[in-house]
Write a protein that binds this ligand. Structure first.
Ligand code: COD
Ligand code: ATP
Length: 273
């Protein structure tokens, strides 16, 4: 006898077809109905499934935070990590509506690259004057092509730029605290690699399957599949992100479902403020 679920029934039929072809006796098939999940949402499977259980953990406290003596008690700093095109910006926008202040480390880097600032000169000396545009700005598209094609060059860029970014981020967090913000979200794609979570009270991570990140990146940045793959490969894996995080979001489904994850996380956060 072979025991099957409704979903594997067709596989059972195929097995019996092969057995018949090979002159072996067909197996009796016993089919078990799928247990129905009465509470499933429109995003989830109608059957009782481990995927549904995992989806319900999104936005919940997976790992309670430990006190962090590296930073002041206030403001409460949340590090928002997540790979390229995972949906961090959309999540920070939603957290802003909840009352959080945002420090965006991508934008800090862009500001530190402006003409006349020390990093502008240092990067031109390191990567060549070709990365400087007619207006004196850093041509980030060109620099991106260089560093995402050569891990050694990316490492060099990171070593040069990261100390400036984190110093500026911490200054901004301090000022926002003085302005009365209770919660500051520090959004940084490189949070895990740079270990900037040591400057946060909690780490929240945003993940989508790598294939989806590649698709979104091609669409949003008009990149070839090969270029998008290189950029996704330069990110920590989802496993690395999840194993470090206190809370995990996945903006893989509808914007409403992402909102539900944020509502849950924001609700639980109130206990720690
Ligand atoms: C490589 C650069 C020139 C590309 O500029 P561009 O304007 O095209 O992209 P932008 O800065 O908006 O970043 C977009 C995304 O690229 C990914 N990314 C950026 N820097 C890195 C990096 N060092 N390692 C891995 N991924 C990165 C992130 O997912 C980021 O959100 C620029 O990202 C850069 O200078 N990076 C080094 C500084 C850095 O680490 N910045 C990120 C701080 S969070
Ligand atoms: N819940 C969602 N459902 C569908 N698409 C989404 C969702 N959230 C974000 N996206 C799409 O994914 C793309 C990437 O989102 P976003 O720009 O917020 O990512 P990011 O993590 O901030 O990217 P980067 O690290 O490159 O700055 C966007 O083009 C957006 O349209």
């Amino acid at each position: 006898m072979i025991v099957l679920s409704e979903e594997t029934y067709r596989g059972g039929v195929k097995i019996n077809e092969k057995r018949k072809e090979n002159g072996i006796r067909e197996l009796d098939m016993h089919v078990i109905e799928l247990a129905h999940d009465d509470q499933h949402s429109s995003e989830e499977d109608a059957k009782l499934s481990s995927s549904n259980q995992r989806m319900r953990l999104l936005g919940t406290m997976l790992k309670p935070p430990k006190p962090n003596s590296n930073i002041p008690v206030t403001p409460y700093v949340i590090g928002l990590a997540g790979g390229i095109a995972s949906g961090k910006s959309n999540i920070t926008e939603k957290l802003k509506l909840k009352g959080a202040a945002i420090v965006n480390c991508d934008l800090i880097a862009h500001e530190l690259y402006k003409p006349g600032l020390p990093l502008n000169r240092t990067l031109a000396e390191t990567f060549g004057n070709d990365i400087i545009t007619a207006t004196g700005d850093i041509d980030r598209k060109k620099l991106g092509e260089i560093v995402f094609s050569d891990m050694e060059k990316l490492k060099k860029l990171n070593q040069t730029v990261w100390p400036f970014i984190i110093e500026e981020a911490q200054n901004r967090i301090k000022v926002l605290g003085e302005q009365g913000y209770k919660v500051v979200v520090m959004e940084a794609a490189v949070m895990i690699q740079a270990k900037w979570f040591q400057y946060c009270h909690q780490l929240w991570a945003v993940i989508v399957p790598p294939k989806e990140a590649i698709r979104r990146l091609q669409e949003r940045n008009n990149l070839s599949e090969e270029e998008a793959k290189k950029r996704v490969a330069a990110q920590p894996t989802n496993y690395e992100q999840v194993s470090q995080a206190n809370v995990v979001f996945s903006p893989y489904w509808s914007y409403e479902f992402t909102q539900q994850q944020i509502d849950r996380a924001w609700g639980e956060l109130q206990k720690y403020l």
